[in-house]
Design a protein around this ligand. Structure first.
Ligand code: 3PY
Ligand code: MG
Length: 277
């Protein structure tokens, strides 16, 4: 029987984000598929695998994408700076989007999109057999017809140059949106003085980025970190935020259990948890 539409729930993420739905994702650094599956079985969706600062390689991406898909959830992959070859490979193994760090210019955004989208929008090379298997036994013709729309290319805005070029970056055809790295952006805006995602020095830049994304009809996402920050960023207009990360989820869970037992929770502050990198 020929399948004509793609049905795995992971493939609805792009449409939901384009429609402006509020989305709260998870952030995941360790190369541990079973732990990734446990995170995917929470309400967090999508799960972002961090290659830039996490411990992933292609083998752990393949394993984690499969277990996350098995839990009915979408995976995004944050690649290392300029690693657009891994960007298309991540899609080939079933990720439904890629976050590319430190995109400062429209030319860099175009180079990223080229590896993310099939012709005529880009130059993505054919070989998505693993994605087709993991995402519900998709027919090749269906995958080719739908992949450009159902996979997301998100450019990270983390520097003064990127904020200054935000309209040109967002105008790149095939780029689906932007994703702010508030740590790096705060370092940039304080000229290397602080990595502080609470710093009000971020406010004007974040407002500009959200307004530009809205104007371009594209997605505005941001790394949230602690819940209080994720909430504040959402209130600023970001529809896609991530909250916490792997070791923070463990610390928060242990704190909740000890609290329920009436035990002290000293040493379990989730905000003080360090991730796996
Ligand atoms: C940043 O905040 O700079 C990030 O890249 C999030 O990991
Ligand atoms: Mg960063």
């Amino acid at each position: 029987m020929t399948k004509t539409t793609v049905s795995h729930p992971a493939l609805s993420l792009a449409g939901r984000l384009r429609a402006g739905d509020q989305v709260v994702g998870g952030w995941f650094c360790p190369p541990e598929a079973h732990f990734a599956e446990a995170v995917a079985r929470t309400p967090l969706s999508p799960i972002v695998l961090d290659v830039q600062h996490g411990l992933h390689d292609i083998a752990s991406i393949i394993a984690c994408v499969a277990t996350i898909a098995g839990a009915g959830k979408p995976t995004l992959v944050r690649v290392a700076v300029g690693d657009f070859a891994l960007a298309s490979r991540a899609l080939d193994v079933g990720a439904v989007g890629v976050i590319a760090p430190m995109i400062d210019t429209a030319d860099q955004a175009r180079a990223f999109v080229e590896q993310m989208k099939y012709p005529p929008r880009g130059r993505r090379s054919w070989g998505a057999g693993r994605a087709m298997a993991v995402l519900g036994d998709v027919e090749p013709a269906t995958y080719l017809a739908e992949a450009n729309d159902r996979t997301l290319a998100l450019a990270m805005i983390e520097t003064r140059e990127a904020v200054a070029a935000i309209d040109e970056i967002l105008a790149v055809e095939g780029l689906d949106g932007v994703f702010v790295g508030p740590n790096d952006l705060s370092i940039a805006l304080t000229d290397g003085d602080r990595a502080d995602t609470r710093d009000p020095i971020l406010d004007a830049a974040l407002e500009r980025i959200v307004a530009a994304a809205r104007g371009a009809g594209k997605i505005a996402g941001i790394f949230g970190g602690p819940a209080e920050r994720a909430k504040a960023f959402r209130a600023k207009g970001f529809s896609f935020v991530t909250v916490g990360f792997d070791s923070m989820y463990v610390a928060a869970g242990v704190a909740a259990l000890l609290d329920e037992m009436g035990e002290g929770t000293a040493g379990t502050d989730p905000a003080a948890a360090r991730t796996s990198y």
